[in-house]
Design a protein around this ligand. Structure first.
Ligand SMILES: Nc1nc2c(ncn2[C@@H]2O[C@H](COP(=O)(O)OP(=O)(O)OP(=O)(O)O)[C@@H](O)[C@H]2O)c(=O)[nH]1
Ligand SMILES: [Mg+2]
Length: 360
């Protein structure tokens, strides 16, 4: 499952975002779990909904994303130890940035400044990583002198590069590493290495611009940096929206000039940031969405479902969602020559419906 940690300065709307995400599409998680600040969100996907309409399965299983809410400063958290650990296990960070005006709630440092806030939180990530790198390097330098160990000798230069970058206040996600170097540093679970989705929390007046986060980001002076993305929500509007039924929700959204809820938009942005795509499996028992990295082969996609299917892999029957949507069944898609037989090395694309033929 994709796991995303919500970070940001205090009182910027982190918990509001967490609640919007988990309440709107929470999968039966009671309020007890919300107190633990971990929530699982079903990934909205109209294609899966349509497949379920066609197949009428006993069960429809959406992909899920787990969100973890955090409280306030990462430096503070680091002192307590526990909660940064859960952040370190995340695939990415959603960094909530205040961009809404509210007279009752003074903004950080007295005035709204998303760029400054982003840099401040970035600095916290960097300092947290730097302290880990420094401690490790101190040890390494001693150990390398004591014993000849090729693994340690490889680690030393990589960590030295990381240290240099962090000291220049450069987050590790901006450092170019070879695949081998990436493997070496992975175990340290550096926070500034994680892909970051900046989530601008807009005021109600700007709600309509949430659809155009990129443009808003440019105006707010946010440079696009490697392995980051920008999205926007209007926390207040979305919190009200989460209370409404589907019919009212659509009308409510359009009254703010919005096309869809932030949940779908945010998750899409996260998938894009992380290079993730979805494929589907269908049947009378179950229609299901699966999340894989772009570039995943049919063999590895099979492994996502079950190691037995991977081991006994024979062929993948593949049809595009758009084709199946019209054809209405695999049989009809085959008649229309839209069903393809693919081998182990085939690269699965977003939106493909796959049936794995396997032995055993
Ligand atoms: N006007 C306005 N108020 C908001 C918006 N989003 C959040 N708030 C308010 O801002 C305050 C802080 O929101 P939270 O979601 O608790 O912020 P937080 O980042 O979790 O705060 P901490 O956990 O204390 O760091 C609450 O009173 C919210 O109602 C928004 O979009 N507009
Ligand atoms: Mg909070």
């Amino acid at each position: 499952m994709l796991r995303i940690g919500i970070v940001g300065l205090s009182q910027v709307g982190k918990t509001t975002l967490f609640q919007i995400l988990t309440r709107a599409h929470g999968s039966g998680l009671g309020s007890g779990r919300v107190e633990a600040h971990v929530g699982v969100v079903r990934v909205p996907d109209a294609r899966l909904d349509r497949l379920a309409e066609i197949y009428q399965p006993k069960k429809t299983v959406h992909a899920t994303v787990e969100y973890v809410d955090t409280a306030g400063s990462i430096i503070e958290l680091a002192r307590k130890g526990v909660e940064t650990q859960s952040l370190r296990e995340m695939d990415a960070l959603a960094h909530v940035v205040r961009a809404f005006e509210d007279d009752a709630l003074p903004p950080p440092d007295g005035c709204l400044n998303p760029q400054r806030d982003i840099e401040n939180v970035e600095l916290e990530l960097i300092l947290s990583d730097l302290s880990i790198v420094e401690k490790r390097l101190e040890r390494l330098e001693k150990d390398v002198k004591k014993q000849k160990n090729p693994a340690l000798e490889k680690e030393l230069p990589v960590l030295t590069v990381c240290k240099g970058a962090l000291e220049k206040q450069q987050p590790l996600r901006e450092v170019t590493l070879t695949p081998e170097e990436e493997r070496l540093v992975r175990g340290f679970t550096f926070l500034s290495l994680k892909p970051a989705l900046y989530v601008l929390n807009l005021g109600e007046r700007d709600a309509a611009r949430a659809d155009a986060a990129e443009q808003f980001a440019a105006e707010a002076g946010l440079k696009q940096r490697p392995r980051t993305a920008v999205s926007a929500i209007c926390g207040k509007v979305e919190a009200e929206l989460a209370e409404l039924g589907d019919a009212d929700a659509a009308e409510f959204l359009s009254s703010y000039g919005l096309k869809e809820s932030a949940v779908a938009r945010l998750i899409r942005a996260s998938y894009r940031l992380l290079g993730l795509i979805s494929f589907f499996t269908v049947g009378e028992d179950e229609c299901r969405a699966w999340t894989i990295r772009a570039g995943t082969t049919a063999l590895d996609a099979a492994g996502e479902i079950h190691s037995d299917i991977q081991r006994g892999f024979i062929r993948a029957e593949v049809v595009k969602f758009d084709d199946l949507n019209v054809a209405g069944s695999f049989a009809e898609a085959r008649t229309r020559a839209q069903l393809r037989l693919e081998g182990k090395e085939y690269v699965v694309h977003d939106g493909e419906v796959v049936h794995f033929r396997h032995s055993g």
